[in-house]
Design a protein around this ligand. Sequence first.
Ligand code: B12
Ligand code: SF4
Length: 499
Amino acid sequence: MKKIIFVNPPYERIAPGYDFVKSITNRSPSLGLLHLAAQARQDGFEPSIIESDIENLAPEQVAARILDAKPEFVGITLFTVAVWQASKIAKLVKAAAPEITIIVGGPHMSSMGMETMQRFPEFDVAVLNEGEVVLSELLPVLVAGNKPYAVKGILYRAGDQIMQTPASGISKSLDDLPLPAWDLLPNFPEAYLPAIYDYPRGPVATIAASRGCPFLCKFCDTSTFGASVRHYSPEKVFDMMRHLNSTYGIRHIMFVDDLFLASKVRTLALCDLILESGLKMTWSCTARVDTVKPDVLKRMKAAGCWEISFGLETGSNELLQKMEKAARVEKSIQAVQWTHDAGIRCKGLFMLGYPGESLETIQATKDMVNQIPMTTMNLTKFTPYPGSPIYHDLYGTKIKEDHWERMNGMNFVWAPDGISVEELDRQYQQLLITFYRRHDVLKKYASMSMRYPNHLIRLARFGAGFLRAKTVSLLSGRKGLLIKENEYHLDGNKSSKAA
Ligand code: B12
Ligand code: SF4
């Protein structure tokens, strides 16, 4: 059997020295690779998976493992932030075993495919957009030693040229896909905990119950699955939950779809299946504020819904308008209140530093997070990801460099007019403090810590690391700021391109 090793490369998620952050962050696996591995196995290949961050592997160690296993193919999934690390792995593999074909795919390739292939000759073939059907067609052609010109949805090399084939179709029915290959994940489920306080009780697994989103929020990269929304049937979603529970003892599911609540009918049908079966699992999902209604929330709560994440983004209507988000602050507050009233925890996803951000809009966000009944606040530093509409507005104009290796939502790669990166960093910390020093919030965290002490242990590890890093920062004259400007070209990599 021909071997294919799927790789989730290491991410440079945090500035050097701040590894302690990993003790509280999300450690979810790449669901994409689980789907692809299942497909490859169904097609008669022998797949395996390397989760670099989970297994604490540096690129050199990943390459050594690949070379040891001598596969015919390597399939690497690429977020923008991981491209450089992935290219290191690919270079090492190609240098020692040029006969191994390196295939890349994932959100970054779906938006930056051609440019990435031009910049990284160590990648042999790129699969654009949804991967299962394309990989299924591609691998047999490569095994036969033929050029894949007839396979849709790819970029491949022909001599010095990069050839692009016409776009592939999408899997119409997700129910036809094989079950994600959770059995191939190293140390599953123990090693894959989500962010601290983001689940009541582990172990935890992720499911994408739908693909695609028809909206065009300007900061969001929807290039992989596009605008056409496709769902698993409620029965299939329920089967996956039951399978995870009975096979791996999973107690909490995180639905990672962009629009889990888009269809009220499907949501209620899934709730009914869970309630009729008596399956005792908790679950969380993401939703747009304009898709929740009190009656549905009540049913979701009864069926085990524990937390809903809402993309609230900001407390400024003016900024929401600039982001082309359909919702407004008033609607956000109402959705959070309804969720709270239904007894479901609410996680607010905010961002700081979007074009148009000012001290006034930041104050509006502070005012909002000070009053809404939200349980968790997630704040990212605005990043114009390739594939998002705002990327095209900003690059080559306001921004001249693309800083791929810093694009993890933890770095400001851009500052709006009239505000500096240092000021944004200060405001970032203040905003989080504004929320997390609220008495009602602290009380909720205290009571959750008592009920689920696993979170306390994770928190203690984080606290000790944070104090250490703050001290180092103060002693080295950085006034306690955790991120140093211009600290990002790790290992001497220059990923910037001249605009
Ligand atoms: C769940 C999720 C996470 C999880 C799990 C990450 C993971 N490794 O999958 C967590 C919380 C860890 C995460 C973190 C981040 N995420 Co995230 N995440 C998602 C989310 C919501 C769903 C991903 C998913 O499971 N999709 C379902 C699976 C089936 O799809 P898939 O993984 O894309 O794989 C398919 C195709 O891409 C393709 N494919 C993928 N890999 C490969 C490889 C080969 C060889 C082939 C042939 C094909 C192929 O085939 C697969 C099957 O069809 C997406 C949004 C979205 N709708 O996709 C954002 C998204 C992927 N995340 C994003 C970002 C930016 C991040 C962060 C960098 C920052 C942040 N905002 O949090 C961090 C950092 C990542 C890290 N590890 O440090 C962006 C990526 C943009 C970009 N160009 O990089 C997205 C697209 C959100 C957005 N709309 O902007 N994320
Ligand atoms: S932010 Fe949510 S609703 Fe907006 S485009 Fe992205 S996935 Fe769709």
